[in-house]
Ligand binder design. Structure first.
Ligand code: SAH
Length: 222
């Protein structure tokens, strides 16, 4: 009903924005796999009560602690850029609401996700488990350090803007793997980057799109 219409509208808005940004990204449309993952995750379950009417709008929304759930089009784009498959193991930095985690969970074998704000990690863990996602592990900690215990990853996705590319993340990528990361100033100019690791540890970096993410804040623990 209202929610199904909301989801239809969200998917349509993603398709439209994909066409509008084609000049930047090179994508005329996203893969069926990514679009059906987007269609399969109930975004309203990741959005605070007061913002329910906007759960399927194609924009970011506040989730508390000064953080946001990312815009659906950006979630779809970053997922597409990762180019992961059903056997992949992925690391996400910035669990937030767990929405991007849920999308990845539908597409890959296992998702490891790190969140600096402990209460957000806890809520996301409970939410994802109550929704039946069972191939996800969430840890609170500093994403600048990555999660070396499970490396190397087929893909790493960072959902907050870093001032530079953290070495730990490129180290923890397998040869042939991809890192999708917004890089730039806090609340200033940022670019979404796609970094591919070659077989000889060389990197190929492509600028994809100007973006606006909350900052990846430096960790203090450990
Ligand atoms: N993928 C999330 C987006 C959340 S916004 C979603 O769809 O809801 C980015 C998140 O990154 C925030 O929750 C923020 O707390 C987290 N974050 C910021 N700096 C971090 C760091 N150094 N390590 C881990 N998480 C961090």
């Amino acid at each position: 009903m209202a929610r199904e219409k909301g989801m239809e509208q969200m998917l349509e808005d993603i398709r439209l924005e994909t066409e509008l940004t084609r000049g930047y990204t090179g994508y005329k449309q996203f893969s069926d796999a990514v679009m059906s993952a987007m269609a399969g995750v109930p975004r309203h379950r990741f959005v605070p009560e007061a913002l329910q009417p906007f759960a399927y709008a194609n924009g970011p929304l506040s989730i508390g602690y000064g953080q946001t759930i990312s815009q659906p089009y950006i979630v779809a784009l970053m997922t597409e850029l990762l180019a992961v498959g059903t056997d992949s193991r992925v690391l996400e930095i910035g669990t937030g609401s767990g929405y991007q985690t849920a999308i990845l969970s539908r597409l890959v074998a296992r998702v490891y996700s790190m969140e600096r704000v402990e209460p957000l990690a806890k809520v996301a863990r409970e939410r994802l488990s109550s929704l039946g996602y069972d191939n996800i592990e969430i840890r609170s900690g500093d994403g600048y350090l990555g999660w070396p215990e499970h490396a190397p990853y087929d893909g790493i996705i960072v959902t907050a803007a870093a001032p530079y590319i953290p070495d730990a993340l490129t180290d923890q990528l397998r040869p042939g793997g991809r890192l999708v990361i917004p890089v730039g100033q806090s609340f200033g100019a940022q670019e979404l980057l796609l970094i591919e690791k070659g077989s000889g540890n060389e990197f190929n970096t492509r600028k994809i799109l100007p973006v606006a993410f909350v900052p990846l804040t430096p960790g203090t623990e450990e």
